[in-house]
Ligand binder design. Structure first.
Ligand code: A2P
Length: 344
């Protein structure tokens, strides 16, 4: 009989944590027991998993050992990962961390299973596998197959990021501000999760500004892309928050070393894992958040050759940020990790 695993989820009451439980259920993940963990605020609350009720426990240093956790998903923010991931590793668990805390550390693999699954084999160096930034995951789903074929030299990306990227509080803030709008009280609506009101607005500011005037989110896309793809091409990003509940969209301009055709790119992407080609613009078929939400695929369309340069393609991609950009990628990492463990 196949081994089943004790799974801990730190951030069990959050947007990504809740989605991880759903995906573990949907994927019939080999779960012996789940241990939902959060802060003392949510301790004692109940969650349902496979028809059973589990109580959320407080995250502490000894909980991982006490509950014999073997796979620990972390999605409670960087400071929580920094504080408790070492305790989980010490207790013998593999940590799959959804925050940016460990992503650029040398001995910590940063993995998108469709792109660099073998990097998971480095997990034992620190006991941690990092899950990339949500905007980066969907972008490398598209870039990786094109890079293999035409060799990328430069990527310019503009993102249109949903409020789900800021967790439940981000989604609640948009809904509350829209309610305020319909009550003619929008001017009174407070901005807490975002630097400005997000309802009926777009904000070119995600995460903090760095000394070079890029935001941290933009720099994450630059550094993480090359780490995952083992490449060193140029990337420039402009990250923008838009009033969409879930699913990030991205406009990409990709410059290749070789001459490209939109037709070849369409064929390659239509055959790529977990990528769906939606590219019949004259029939109004192209990726949109309303199509991608609640799915596990990255949708790509509007693939066009540049008007002036045969080495450049433009395209548009969309993926559910909570699933593809976080929970699904984390569960896919765990599945691959198990596959490697069991083949050793
Ligand atoms: P809690 O409900 O106890 O605050 P989101 O990204 O949707 O905002 O969710 C954040 C998640 O991180 C929640 O599950 C939240 O739990 C959890 N969290 C926040 N602070 C801590 C902490 N200090 N220890 C453990 N979990 C935490």
């Amino acid at each position: 009989m196949k081994k089943k695993y004790v799974i801990g989820v730190v951030g069990a009451s959050g947007a990504v944590g809740e989605e991880i439980f759903k995906i573990l259920e949907e994927q019939k993940f080999p779960v012996a027991k789940i241990v939902p963990l959060a802060s003392s605020r949510s301790a004692g609350k109940e969650i349902e998993f496979q028809g059973q009720t589990y109580q959320i426990l407080e995250t502490t240093d000894d909980i991982f050992q006490k509950e014999n956790i073997e796979i620990a998903f972390f999605s409670a923010g960087s400071s929580v990962s920094a504080r408790y991931a070492p305790s989980a590793v010490k207790a013998g668990a593999v940590v799959i961390d959804n925050t940016s805390h460990f992503r650029m550390e040398e001995d910590i693999p940063l993995v998108v299973p469709e792109v660099n699954p073998d990097d998971i084999k480095q997990w034992h160096k620190k006991g941690i596998i990092a899950n990339p930034n949500c905007s980066t995951i969907q972008m490398v789903h598209v870039l990786s197959p094109l890079h293999k074929m035409f060799e990328i030299q430069r990527v310019d990306v503009s993102t249109y990021q949903a409020v789900s990227g800021a967790g439940k509080k981000g989604m609640e803030e948009l809904v509350m501000q829209m309610q305020a709008f319909f009550a003619f009280k929008l001017e009174e609506a407070e901005a807490v999760a975002f630097p400005h009101r997000i309802a009926l607005n777009v904000i070119p500011h995600i995460d903090v500004f760095m000394p070079n005037d890029y935001t941290k989110e933009e720099m994450k896309m630059i550094y993480e892309t090359n780490k995952i793809m083992h490449s060193n091409f140029a990337v420039s990003a402009t990250c923008v928050r838009v009033p969409v509940l879930r699913s990030h969209s991205e406009a990409l301009t990709i410059t290749f070393k070789n001459i490209v055709s939109a037709k070849d790119a369409q064929k390659i992407l239509s055959e790529s894992p977990n990528v769906v080609l939606a590219d019949e613009p004259h029939s109004k078929i192209y990726p949109m958040p309303m199509l991608a939400a609640d799915t596990d695929q990255t949708y790509v369309g509007r693939i066009r050759e540049d008007h002036f340069d045969k080495h450049i393609l433009h395209l548009w991609c969309v993926a559910d940020q909570i699933r593809v950009g976080a929970a699904t990628n984390a569960v896919r990492i765990a599945q691959k990790w198990i596959e490697f463990q069991e083949s050793e």
